[in-house]
Design a protein around this ligand. Structure first.
Ligand SMILES: [Zn+2]
Length: 186
């Protein structure tokens, strides 16, 4: 399904909503004429009052954004990174400084909570079943970014090991022989 098909579905949704809210008078029929060729495709349903249609389309847009935010929290709970969510959001890495931060800020805008200095979102970790507060990928260290995992949460420990693997050399610090992968964050 391409964008024009999705647009047609959304248009039908707008018209149905207008009819629900304002009865049949909200819809009228007008000929659809191509701007480019002048071809007349015949009469189509259109909004009688486009100001009413704007209101409905704006509401749909807000609901779609809220859905996207709900959907983004789910894979975070399942273990996806903000970078992976950024890819799903089709954020272009050439257009932003950090796609992971851009994805997080679309879900948790910095000015969302006026009474808090920091922004965050929450999700349920499928590994430990706990509700986790996620303050975004600014820092990099999972312990600083996420609070609420159960002690010993497998996913959280795996994320920590992955982070420390890039930033911490256990052999150089003498931690390698006995303590295993948890040494770096204790
Ligand atoms: Zn967890």
């Amino acid at each position: 399904m391409d964008s024009s098909d999705i647009r047609s579905r959304l248009e039908r949704l707008v018209l149905a909503q207008l009819r629900d809210e304002h009865d049949d008078v909200a819809i009228t029929r007008k000929p659809l004429i191509s701007q480019f060729t002048g071809h007349n495709y015949g009469d189509h349903d259109v909004p009688t009052d486009y100001l009413q249609a704007i209101e409905v389309a704006e509401r749909l847009s807000g609901i779609a954004c809220a859905l996207m935010i709900d959907y983004a929290d789910k894979p975070r709970g399942q273990g996806s990174s903000w970078a992976e969510i950024a890819t799903a959001m089709t954020i272009d890495p050439d257009e932003v400084d950090d796609p992971a931060i851009e994805a997080f800020e679309r879900v948790a805008p910095p000015d969302r909570y006026r009474w808090r200095a920091d922004n965050y979102t929450t999700w349920t970790c499928v590994s430990c079943g706990q509700r986790v507060t996620d303050r975004g990928p600014y820092d990099g260290h999972p312990v600083d970014n996420e609070s609420g995992h159960a002690e010993g949460c497998e996913r959280h420990q795996r994320d920590i090991c992955a982070y420390l693997g890039d930033n911490y050399d256990a052999d150089d610090s003498g931690a390698g022989e006995t303590s295993g992968p948890t040494r770096g964050w204790l």
